[in-house]
Design a binder for this molecule. Sequence first.
Ligand code: ZN
Length: 357
Amino acid sequence: MALHRNVKQPSHLEQPARITSVYQKLQESGVLDRCLQLDARIATREELLWLHTADYVDELSATSEKKQSILTALERQYDSVFLCPETYQAALLSAGSSLQVVESILSGESRSGFAVIRPPGHHAESDEAFGFCYFNNTALAAKYAIENHQLERILIVDWDIHHGNGIQKMFEEDPRVLYISLHRLDIFPFNPENCDCNMVGTGPGVGFNVNIAWPSKGMGDSEYLAAFRRIIMPIANQYNPQLVLVAAGFDAALGDPLGGCKVSPEGYGQMCHMLTSLAEGRVAVLLEGGYNLKSVSDSMLMCANALLGDPLPTTLIGALQPGAAVTIQRVANYLLPYWTSLVVDVNSEEKNTKHKR
Ligand SMILES: [Zn+2]
């Protein structure tokens, strides 16, 4: 997965060092020695076709045979995507390794797990590479749990600073996957109509898509933990998932060059810790974005500590940034008709009772 790179621009943010520095950090901290290490594997064509079109899989597979000059021209048909001859193989390994972690958890071999993988996946559409993403790793992991283990309730928490447009699209009609994303509304993929708080799913999936869409930059531990306490955990507890997948981008981290937010490694650890109270601890943390090597490594380590049950440092919580409380209230208002666990104040309780009468 470290061979996939931007040939024209080697310093591109989505660089091989993202995974090698995380791996090194986990190794130096001794965490790796305490974990069962799984072999990476490629995703099979059959698995990819659960969510991607045959034409798209063929198109991407053909890139491994092409010269760099041709690939550089091909890139232009996608938005924010680079290609090299190793891209296809890396994307297969990134997706397949996500499935390995889920298999290890659902077969009872591991209680929880994490995947140090790239390229990321949550922007990938069924028929299109998009935003540094090729195959939708986290979505495929959910599908794997449905197809191979007949799971009926999977929670995906996507805390990458960008909206996971691909995951939303793939499951917006499917109540077997509850997708909860925390992201900024005003940045990539620059499609606020698609990722605002009013997108709650469609058809049988209505109520099972939750967008906690921050209006601007500057959000940190206080805002993220407030969203967890007020929205995510009440809904997740009521949903009672059999498996939790984290689309773990660390680009809302303090120091990230893209996110403009300030979540600390301890903050990520606390969020991960809260999720381990669900699904009997069956939590898989799958790396998505995150472009400050130190922030990504420190945050992933803290999540690994949380999964291992280590005591975590606390975070300092203060007043919410402007716009955060409004966002949380908006999300609650949109989701209130579907989740009674969100009813906490007297006014909505009365409204609900009147509604029932
Ligand atoms: Zn991102």
